[in-house]
Design a binder for this molecule. Structure first.
Ligand code: KIV
Ligand code: NA
Length: 275
């Protein structure tokens, strides 16, 4: 399993770091088999798995539940779990408890938190306590209500300067990595050059130290809007729908099950049932 030290080495040797989200055991297992470097149990699960409009409704219980499933599917991959909406903004004690639960109960190796300012003070304390922290700047989906929508961040010079300063603070508080979402390529390049910790981009261009995408976007298991920065490598949703349609048709037309799917009184052993 790769560790935070390996990710730093990869940055130094300019080997791109591959991060993919996953939310359950089979998807995590496939991600591990396809040798991603690290899995993110993103709170994007609110949208792509739980059917919410944003990441805001996602709870600690949701995150723990899905992190456990990912862990069972990918025992040998570095797992990062998102701290969900408002789970790291109140007291230090509450923040520690929530991070501890994702790690001890969920099985995550690191936690990720969005934002700057007081969030980075929390990050510093978590690192001091031994928790590997990944920070997330640029577009921070948990603040959608404040932003009033999703858009490219850091386009104005002042905003870009602020983001660069925040990124430097991320490194100073001891974070292991930075996820940078939806910023111009030139700004992401500058951030990646300035920091010694790996910067993983999503919608942040070609010059970050690694790339992260959402599982469902990569395999096309999603019929909704696909952002510009996504590359869909397959259209698995169409395959799934066609398979289910065929199952429906075959049951309706008495084509399924066939003789080979049927038990006879002599079939007794489990091995004869499950193969
Ligand atoms: O929740 C998520 O999937 C994320 C990635 C998009 C970085 O935070
Ligand atoms: Na997230």
């Amino acid at each position: 399993m790769k560790t935070t030290a390996d990710f730093k080495k990869m940055k130094n040797s300019q080997e791109p770091i591959v991060m993919l989200t996953a939310y359950d055991a089979p998807s995590a297992k496939l991600a591990e088999k396809a040798s991603v470097d690290t899995i993110l149990v993103g709170d994007s699960l609110g949208m792509v798995v739980l059917g919410y409009e944003s990441t805001v409704p996602v709870t600690m219980e949701d995150m723990i539940h899905h992190t456990k499933a990912v862990k069972r599917g990918a025992r040998d991959t570095f797992i990062i779990a998102d701290m969900p909406f408002l789970s790291y903004h109140a007291s230090d004690q509450e923040t520690f408890t929530n991070a501890r639960r994702l790690i001890q109960d969920g099985g995550a190796h690191a936690i990720k938190m969005e934002g700057n300012g007081s969030v980075l003070e929390k990050a510093k304390k978590l690192v001091h306590g031994g928790v590997p922290v990944v920070c997330h700047l640029g577009l921070t989906p948990q603040t959608v209500g404040v932003m009033g929508g999703y858009g490219v961040q850091g386009k104005e010079a002042a905003d870009a300067e602020k983001l660069l300063n925040d990124a430097e603070t991320v490194e100073q508080v001891g974070a292991s990595m930075l996820v940078l979402e939806c910023v111009p390529e030139s700004l992401a390049r500058e951030v990646s050059n300035r920091l010694s910790i790996p910067v993983i981009g999503i919608g942040a261009g070609r010059d970050t130290d690694g790339q992260v995408l959402v599982y469902h976007d990569v395999i096309g298991y999603y019929s909704g809007h696909t952002p510009k920065f996504v590359k869909q490598y397959s259209t698995i949703g169409e395959t799934i729908e066609a398979s289910i349609q065929q199952f429906t048709n075959e049951v309706k037309s008495n084509k399924f099950p066939e003789e080979k799917h049927v038990f006879q009184p002599v079939d007794r052993l489990t091995s004869e049932i499950y193969g």
